[in-house]
Write a protein that binds this ligand. Structure first.
Ligand code: APR
Length: 320
Protein backbone atom coordinates (compact mmCIF):
# COMPACT_ATOMS: atom_id res chain seq x y z
CA UNK A 1 0.00 0.00 0.00
CA UNK A 2 1.28 3.46 -0.88
CA UNK A 3 2.37 5.64 2.00
CA UNK A 4 -0.10 8.30 3.11
CA UNK A 5 0.60 11.79 1.75
CA UNK A 6 0.76 14.54 4.33
CA UNK A 7 0.67 18.15 3.15
CA UNK A 8 1.94 20.81 5.51
CA UNK A 9 0.55 24.21 4.51
CA UNK A 10 2.95 26.63 6.15
CA UNK A 11 6.60 25.68 6.63
CA UNK A 12 7.59 27.95 9.49
CA UNK A 13 8.43 26.90 13.04
CA UNK A 14 5.47 24.56 13.49
CA UNK A 15 5.54 23.35 9.87
CA UNK A 16 9.20 22.35 10.13
CA UNK A 17 8.62 20.53 13.41
CA UNK A 18 5.62 18.74 11.92
CA UNK A 19 7.68 17.55 8.95
CA UNK A 20 10.38 16.23 11.23
CA UNK A 21 7.87 14.37 13.41
CA UNK A 22 6.04 12.85 10.43
CA UNK A 23 9.35 11.52 9.13
CA UNK A 24 10.58 10.24 12.51
CA UNK A 25 7.28 8.47 13.11
CA UNK A 26 7.07 7.25 9.50
CA UNK A 27 3.49 8.44 9.20
CA UNK A 28 3.81 9.08 5.48
CA UNK A 29 5.47 11.17 2.77
CA UNK A 30 5.58 14.91 3.34
CA UNK A 31 4.92 17.83 1.01
CA UNK A 32 5.79 21.15 2.63
CA UNK A 33 4.11 24.22 1.14
CA UNK A 34 4.82 27.90 1.81
CA UNK A 35 4.67 31.22 -0.03
CA UNK A 36 8.26 31.93 1.01
CA UNK A 37 10.09 30.28 -1.89
CA UNK A 38 13.08 28.25 -0.74
CA UNK A 39 11.89 27.67 2.83
CA UNK A 40 9.78 24.54 2.22
CA UNK A 41 12.37 23.20 -0.23
CA UNK A 42 15.25 23.87 2.17
CA UNK A 43 13.57 22.47 5.27
CA UNK A 44 12.31 19.34 3.54
CA UNK A 45 15.76 18.66 2.09
CA UNK A 46 17.42 19.21 5.46
CA UNK A 47 15.04 16.77 7.15
CA UNK A 48 15.39 14.24 4.32
CA UNK A 49 19.15 14.36 4.84
CA UNK A 50 18.63 13.31 8.46
CA UNK A 51 16.99 10.12 7.18
CA UNK A 52 20.10 7.96 6.72
CA UNK A 53 21.25 8.52 10.31
CA UNK A 54 17.77 8.31 11.75
CA UNK A 55 16.78 5.37 9.56
CA UNK A 56 13.33 6.47 8.47
CA UNK A 57 11.60 5.80 5.19
CA UNK A 58 9.75 8.90 4.08
CA UNK A 59 9.93 11.15 1.04
CA UNK A 60 10.02 14.86 1.74
CA UNK A 61 9.62 17.70 -0.73
CA UNK A 62 8.94 21.41 -0.68
CA UNK A 63 6.84 23.58 -2.97
CA UNK A 64 5.14 26.92 -3.56
CA UNK A 65 2.60 25.35 -5.92
CA UNK A 66 -0.71 24.05 -4.54
CA UNK A 67 -0.85 21.50 -7.37
CA UNK A 68 1.83 19.52 -5.50
CA UNK A 69 -0.50 18.77 -2.57
CA UNK A 70 -2.79 16.86 -4.95
CA UNK A 71 -4.41 13.84 -3.34
CA UNK A 72 -3.10 14.56 0.15
CA UNK A 73 -4.62 12.34 2.85
CA UNK A 74 -3.96 14.86 5.60
CA UNK A 75 -3.34 18.63 5.43
CA UNK A 76 -2.01 20.42 8.49
CA UNK A 77 -2.37 24.18 8.22
CA UNK A 78 -0.01 26.56 10.02
CA UNK A 79 0.17 29.24 7.33
CA UNK A 80 -0.12 32.76 8.69
CA UNK A 81 1.58 34.88 11.27
CA UNK A 82 2.23 34.00 14.91
CA UNK A 83 1.95 36.30 17.94
CA UNK A 84 4.57 38.69 19.22
CA UNK A 85 4.77 39.67 22.91
CA UNK A 86 1.81 41.81 23.95
CA UNK A 87 -0.44 40.47 21.17
CA UNK A 88 -3.47 38.32 21.81
CA UNK A 89 -4.37 35.51 19.41
CA UNK A 90 -7.32 37.64 18.31
CA UNK A 91 -4.98 40.38 17.05
CA UNK A 92 -4.02 38.01 14.22
CA UNK A 93 -7.56 37.76 12.87
CA UNK A 94 -7.49 40.10 9.85
CA UNK A 95 -4.20 38.95 8.37
CA UNK A 96 -4.69 35.24 9.00
CA UNK A 97 -8.24 35.31 7.61
CA UNK A 98 -6.83 36.28 4.20
CA UNK A 99 -4.34 33.44 4.47
CA UNK A 100 -7.17 30.96 5.29
CA UNK A 101 -8.95 32.05 2.10
CA UNK A 102 -5.95 31.20 -0.07
CA UNK A 103 -5.31 27.95 1.79
CA UNK A 104 -8.98 26.90 1.77
CA UNK A 105 -9.19 27.44 -1.98
CA UNK A 106 -5.95 25.51 -2.52
CA UNK A 107 -7.21 22.55 -0.52
CA UNK A 108 -10.60 22.64 -2.23
CA UNK A 109 -8.96 22.49 -5.66
CA UNK A 110 -6.28 19.90 -4.95
CA UNK A 111 -6.96 17.88 -1.80
CA UNK A 112 -10.72 17.78 -1.25
CA UNK A 113 -10.60 14.32 0.35
CA UNK A 114 -8.05 15.24 3.01
CA UNK A 115 -8.51 15.35 6.77
CA UNK A 116 -7.60 18.95 7.53
CA UNK A 117 -6.14 20.04 10.84
CA UNK A 118 -5.89 23.80 11.39
CA UNK A 119 -3.40 25.27 13.85
CA UNK A 120 -3.39 28.90 12.70
CA UNK A 121 -4.70 31.38 15.29
CA UNK A 122 -7.12 32.68 16.41
CA UNK A 123 -7.88 28.99 16.17
CA UNK A 124 -11.63 28.59 16.56
CA UNK A 125 -12.42 31.37 14.08
CA UNK A 126 -9.70 30.31 11.62
CA UNK A 127 -10.84 26.68 11.48
CA UNK A 128 -14.40 27.91 10.85
CA UNK A 129 -13.20 30.19 8.03
CA UNK A 130 -10.99 27.46 6.55
CA UNK A 131 -13.98 25.10 6.45
CA UNK A 132 -16.12 27.77 4.78
CA UNK A 133 -13.47 28.58 2.16
CA UNK A 134 -12.63 24.94 1.44
CA UNK A 135 -16.19 23.62 1.43
CA UNK A 136 -15.03 20.27 2.84
CA UNK A 137 -17.38 18.26 5.09
CA UNK A 138 -17.37 19.57 8.66
CA UNK A 139 -16.19 16.26 10.08
CA UNK A 140 -13.05 16.46 7.93
CA UNK A 141 -11.95 19.92 9.11
CA UNK A 142 -10.86 20.33 12.70
CA UNK A 143 -8.76 22.65 14.83
CA UNK A 144 -5.87 21.71 17.10
CA UNK A 145 -6.16 23.38 20.49
CA UNK A 146 -7.55 21.07 23.16
CA UNK A 147 -4.79 18.48 22.85
CA UNK A 148 -2.22 21.23 23.41
CA UNK A 149 -4.13 22.98 26.19
CA UNK A 150 -4.71 19.71 28.04
CA UNK A 151 -1.06 18.70 27.50
CA UNK A 152 0.00 21.95 29.17
CA UNK A 153 -2.45 21.31 32.02
CA UNK A 154 -1.13 17.74 32.38
CA UNK A 155 2.47 18.92 32.42
CA UNK A 156 1.83 21.47 35.18
CA UNK A 157 -0.16 18.93 37.20
CA UNK A 158 2.58 16.32 36.92
CA UNK A 159 5.07 18.87 38.28
CA UNK A 160 2.76 19.76 41.16
CA UNK A 161 2.17 16.12 42.14
CA UNK A 162 5.62 14.81 41.15
CA UNK A 163 4.09 11.96 39.17
CA UNK A 164 4.51 10.75 35.61
CA UNK A 165 2.72 12.82 32.96
CA UNK A 166 1.49 9.50 31.58
CA UNK A 167 -0.75 9.03 34.61
CA UNK A 168 -2.27 12.50 34.46
CA UNK A 169 -5.27 13.04 32.23
CA UNK A 170 -6.79 16.46 31.84
CA UNK A 171 -9.86 17.91 30.29
CA UNK A 172 -10.12 21.31 28.65
CA UNK A 173 -13.19 22.69 26.88
CA UNK A 174 -14.09 25.85 25.02
CA UNK A 175 -12.19 28.20 22.75
CA UNK A 176 -8.39 28.30 22.47
CA UNK A 177 -7.91 31.58 24.27
CA UNK A 178 -8.13 33.29 27.58
CA UNK A 179 -11.64 31.90 28.04
CA UNK A 180 -10.69 28.24 27.69
CA UNK A 181 -12.33 26.03 30.33
CA UNK A 182 -10.08 23.55 32.14
CA UNK A 183 -12.36 21.06 33.95
CA UNK A 184 -10.81 19.79 37.23
CA UNK A 185 -13.54 17.25 38.02
CA UNK A 186 -12.93 15.50 34.70
CA UNK A 187 -9.15 15.67 35.14
CA UNK A 188 -7.46 12.86 37.03
CA UNK A 189 -4.23 11.43 38.37
CA UNK A 190 -4.33 7.65 38.09
CA UNK A 191 -8.11 7.94 37.80
CA UNK A 192 -8.50 10.14 40.93
CA UNK A 193 -10.29 13.41 40.08
CA UNK A 194 -8.50 16.65 41.01
CA UNK A 195 -11.11 17.79 43.59
CA UNK A 196 -10.50 14.51 45.46
CA UNK A 197 -6.75 15.13 45.38
CA UNK A 198 -7.37 18.52 47.00
CA UNK A 199 -9.41 16.77 49.72
CA UNK A 200 -6.60 14.22 50.13
CA UNK A 201 -4.15 17.06 50.75
CA UNK A 202 -2.07 16.46 47.61
CA UNK A 203 -2.50 20.11 46.70
CA UNK A 204 -4.57 23.11 47.71
CA UNK A 205 -7.41 24.79 45.86
CA UNK A 206 -5.22 27.92 45.55
CA UNK A 207 -2.43 25.98 43.89
CA UNK A 208 -4.89 24.27 41.57
CA UNK A 209 -6.40 27.64 40.61
CA UNK A 210 -2.91 28.95 39.85
CA UNK A 211 -2.21 25.93 37.62
CA UNK A 212 -5.48 26.49 35.77
CA UNK A 213 -4.55 30.12 35.18
CA UNK A 214 -1.08 29.11 34.00
CA UNK A 215 -2.73 26.68 31.56
CA UNK A 216 -4.95 29.48 30.19
CA UNK A 217 -1.86 31.67 29.80
CA UNK A 218 0.29 28.79 28.49
CA UNK A 219 0.70 30.20 25.00
CA UNK A 220 1.44 33.73 26.22
CA UNK A 221 4.07 32.38 28.65
CA UNK A 222 6.02 30.90 25.73
CA UNK A 223 5.56 34.01 23.57
CA UNK A 224 6.89 36.13 26.43
CA UNK A 225 9.98 33.94 26.72
CA UNK A 226 10.71 33.50 23.01
CA UNK A 227 9.92 37.12 22.10
CA UNK A 228 10.18 36.42 18.36
CA UNK A 229 7.31 33.96 17.87
CA UNK A 230 5.04 31.49 19.57
CA UNK A 231 5.22 27.88 20.75
CA UNK A 232 5.98 25.24 18.15
CA UNK A 233 7.20 21.93 19.58
CA UNK A 234 4.11 21.12 21.66
CA UNK A 235 1.63 22.46 19.06
CA UNK A 236 3.25 20.29 16.38
CA UNK A 237 3.23 17.17 18.57
CA UNK A 238 -0.42 17.75 19.44
CA UNK A 239 -1.45 17.97 15.78
CA UNK A 240 0.55 14.83 14.97
CA UNK A 241 -1.42 12.94 17.65
CA UNK A 242 -4.62 13.94 15.84
CA UNK A 243 -3.26 13.08 12.39
CA UNK A 244 -2.12 9.67 13.61
CA UNK A 245 -5.56 8.97 15.12
CA UNK A 246 -7.09 9.61 11.69
CA UNK A 247 -4.52 7.74 9.60
CA UNK A 248 -4.55 4.67 11.86
CA UNK A 249 -8.28 4.78 12.64
CA UNK A 250 -7.40 4.79 16.33
CA UNK A 251 -10.73 6.17 17.57
CA UNK A 252 -8.80 8.35 20.01
CA UNK A 253 -10.76 10.48 22.44
CA UNK A 254 -9.18 13.90 21.97
CA UNK A 255 -10.35 17.43 22.71
CA UNK A 256 -10.45 19.42 19.46
CA UNK A 257 -12.00 22.52 17.96
CA UNK A 258 -14.78 20.59 16.19
CA UNK A 259 -18.02 21.52 14.47
CA UNK A 260 -20.70 21.36 17.14
CA UNK A 261 -24.23 21.33 15.80
CA UNK A 262 -26.82 20.11 18.29
CA UNK A 263 -24.61 19.07 21.21
CA UNK A 264 -24.01 21.52 24.05
CA UNK A 265 -27.10 23.45 22.92
CA UNK A 266 -25.09 24.94 20.04
CA UNK A 267 -26.34 25.46 16.51
CA UNK A 268 -23.28 25.19 14.32
CA UNK A 269 -20.07 26.52 15.83
CA UNK A 270 -16.42 25.44 15.93
CA UNK A 271 -15.36 25.23 19.55
CA UNK A 272 -13.25 22.97 21.77
CA UNK A 273 -15.07 19.78 22.80
CA UNK A 274 -14.10 16.17 23.42
CA UNK A 275 -14.28 14.16 20.19
CA UNK A 276 -13.52 10.72 18.79
CA UNK A 277 -11.09 10.79 15.84
CA UNK A 278 -10.94 7.81 13.48
CA UNK A 279 -10.84 7.05 9.77
CA UNK A 280 -13.97 9.12 9.15
CA UNK A 281 -12.49 12.22 10.75
CA UNK A 282 -14.43 13.58 13.71
CA UNK A 283 -16.62 10.54 14.30
CA UNK A 284 -18.32 11.76 17.45
CA UNK A 285 -18.65 14.86 19.60
CA UNK A 286 -18.92 13.79 23.22
CA UNK A 287 -21.61 15.81 24.97
CA UNK A 288 -20.67 15.86 28.68
CA UNK A 289 -22.86 17.39 31.34
CA UNK A 290 -21.60 20.60 32.89
CA UNK A 291 -22.44 22.03 36.29
CA UNK A 292 -23.61 25.63 36.66
CA UNK A 293 -20.16 27.20 36.99
CA UNK A 294 -18.67 25.12 34.17
CA UNK A 295 -21.61 25.97 31.92
CA UNK A 296 -21.17 29.68 32.68
CA UNK A 297 -17.46 29.50 31.75
CA UNK A 298 -18.26 27.53 28.60
CA UNK A 299 -20.96 30.05 27.59
CA UNK A 300 -18.45 32.89 28.00
CA UNK A 301 -15.96 31.04 25.84
CA UNK A 302 -18.61 30.31 23.20
CA UNK A 303 -19.57 34.00 23.14
CA UNK A 304 -15.99 35.02 22.53
CA UNK A 305 -15.67 32.52 19.63
CA UNK A 306 -18.98 33.77 18.18
CA UNK A 307 -17.64 37.33 18.37
CA UNK A 308 -14.57 36.36 16.34
CA UNK A 309 -16.68 34.55 13.74
CA UNK A 310 -18.83 37.68 13.37
CA UNK A 311 -15.66 39.75 12.99
CA UNK A 312 -14.56 37.43 10.14
CA UNK A 313 -17.91 37.95 8.42
CA UNK A 314 -17.41 41.71 8.76
CA UNK A 315 -14.00 41.50 7.07
CA UNK A 316 -14.87 39.12 4.21
CA UNK A 317 -18.31 39.51 2.59
CA UNK A 318 -18.21 36.02 1.10
CA UNK A 319 -18.45 34.58 4.65
CA UNK A 320 -21.53 36.56 5.68
N1 APR B 1 0.30 30.60 2.34
C1 APR B 1 1.22 29.72 2.82
N2 APR B 1 2.09 30.02 3.79
C2 APR B 1 2.02 31.24 4.31
C3 APR B 1 1.09 32.21 3.90
C4 APR B 1 0.20 31.84 2.85
N3 APR B 1 -0.70 32.68 2.37
N4 APR B 1 1.27 33.32 4.64
C5 APR B 1 2.26 33.06 5.49
N5 APR B 1 2.73 31.82 5.30
C6 APR B 1 3.82 31.12 5.96
C7 APR B 1 5.00 31.99 6.33
O1 APR B 1 5.83 32.23 5.19
C8 APR B 1 5.69 31.16 7.41
O2 APR B 1 6.69 30.31 6.88
O3 APR B 1 3.37 30.60 7.22
C9 APR B 1 4.54 30.30 7.97
C10 APR B 1 4.25 30.57 9.43
O4 APR B 1 5.36 30.17 10.16
P1 APR B 1 5.86 30.93 11.47
O5 APR B 1 5.84 32.40 11.22
O6 APR B 1 7.14 30.30 11.89
O7 APR B 1 4.69 30.63 12.52
P2 APR B 1 4.46 29.31 13.40
O8 APR B 1 5.15 29.46 14.71
O9 APR B 1 4.73 28.11 12.59
O10 APR B 1 2.89 29.45 13.71
C11 APR B 1 1.95 29.40 12.66
O11 APR B 1 0.20 28.65 14.12
O12 APR B 1 0.09 28.51 16.44
C12 APR B 1 -0.27 29.25 15.31
O13 APR B 1 -0.37 31.49 16.15
C13 APR B 1 0.37 30.61 15.33
O14 APR B 1 -0.96 31.48 13.55
C14 APR B 1 0.32 30.97 13.89
C15 APR B 1 0.55 29.63 13.18
Amino acid sequence: MARPKIALIGSGQIGGTLAHLVALKELGDVVMFDIADGVPQGKSLDIAESGPAEGFDAKLSGTTDYADIAGADVCIVTAGVPRKPGMSRDDLLGINLKVMKAVGEGIKAHAPDAFVICITNPLDAMVWALREFSGLPHEKVVGMAGVLDSARFRHFLSLEFDVSMKDVSAFVLGGHGDTMVPLPRYSTVGGIPLPDLVKMGWTTQEKLDAIIQRTRDGGAEIVGLLKTGSAFYAPATSAIEMAEAYLKDQKRVLPCAAWVDGSYGLKGLYVGVPTVIGANGIERVIDISLDKDEQAMFDKSVDSVKGLVEACKGIDDSLA
